[in-house]
Design a protein around this ligand. Structure first.
Ligand code: HEM
Ligand code: HEM
Length: 182
């Protein structure tokens, strides 16, 4: 990781941050909504293809974002922040990267192991092939990981947003971290 002094995230980091944030927050809402629909309802599976296709776009964005993160100059922690605030925000960022990876990979593997579908249909344009053998057992494990990570994601995101809001609304102006990502 580079630690050059810079007061803003690079343009690439900022674009990737807001693109992934928008897609993932929508996928979380849609995912909980569609999983909660009664299995006997006629519209139960209407949203699944869109959730999966946008989930695969999220996977691609995460796979681009991780190497970009390690090659980019990252702004130093703001000196006005307390030590525990710096450590907590660092831990939450690591958690968010882990959750992004776990959520997207478990989704792809869940689909890939599911015995009754083949590939992920990308809006009727092409299909992303399966990369695992079919297995009800592994499908169940991937489903558990996907559901667990979704709840962990909500906790991490709440902490992330609470931190950003606290530094913006309750701290001195020079401790506001939001302009670094805008
Ligand atoms: C960052 C990306 C993703 C997010 C945030 C996300 C989020 C969610 C959430 C919140 C649920 C409901 C969990 C539950 O209550 O059990 C869900 C379910 C589901 N997701 Fe994702 N997902 C993502 C990527 C994917 C991908 C890539 C696929 C497949 C290619 C996928 C396939 C599914 C399926 C099939 C379900 C329904 C499972 C069921 O019927 O219970 N997801 N997702
Ligand atoms: C799913 C949604 C989101 C995810 C996965 C996410 C993830 C992350 C990650 C991993 C970082 C650390 C960047 C790094 O140093 O490598 C970060 C930074 C940041 N995020 Fe988010 N974020 C999300 C939503 C948001 C939202 C909605 C806001 C604004 C309200 C926001 C504001 C920020 C800010 C201001 C920073 C820079 C923090 C600093 O300079 O210390 N994020 N985000």
């Amino acid at each position: 990781m580079n630690t050059a002094i810079t007061d803003k995230y690079s343009k690439t980091m900022r674009v990737l941050h807001w693109l992934t944030a928008m897609i993932i927050m929508t996928l979380l809402a849609v995912g909980f909504y569609m999983a909660g629909i009664d299995p006997d309802a006629s519209d139960k599976y209407d949203l699944y293809p869109y959730h999966k296709a946008f989930g695969m776009i999220a996977l691609l964005l995460v796979l681009v974002r991780l190497p970009v993160r390690f090659k980019s100059d990252i702004p130093q922690p703001l000196i006005g922040l307390k030590k525990w605030e710096q450590h907590l925000s660092h831990l939450v960022h690591i958690g968010l990267y882990a959750a992004m990876l776990s959520m997207t990979v478990s989704g792809y593997f869940m689909n890939s192991t599911f015995p009754y579908v083949t590939g992920v249909d990308m809006f009727g344009l092409f299909s992303v092939p399966d990369i695992t053998p079919k297995s009800e057992y592994w499908n169940g494990i991937c489903h558990e990981i996907h559901s667990f990570t979704a709840w962990a994601f909500l906790v991490l995101l709440t902490l992330h947003l609470a931190g950003v809001a606290k530094h913006r609304l309750m701290d001195d102006k020079e401790n506001d971290v939001l302009p670094r990502m805008m």
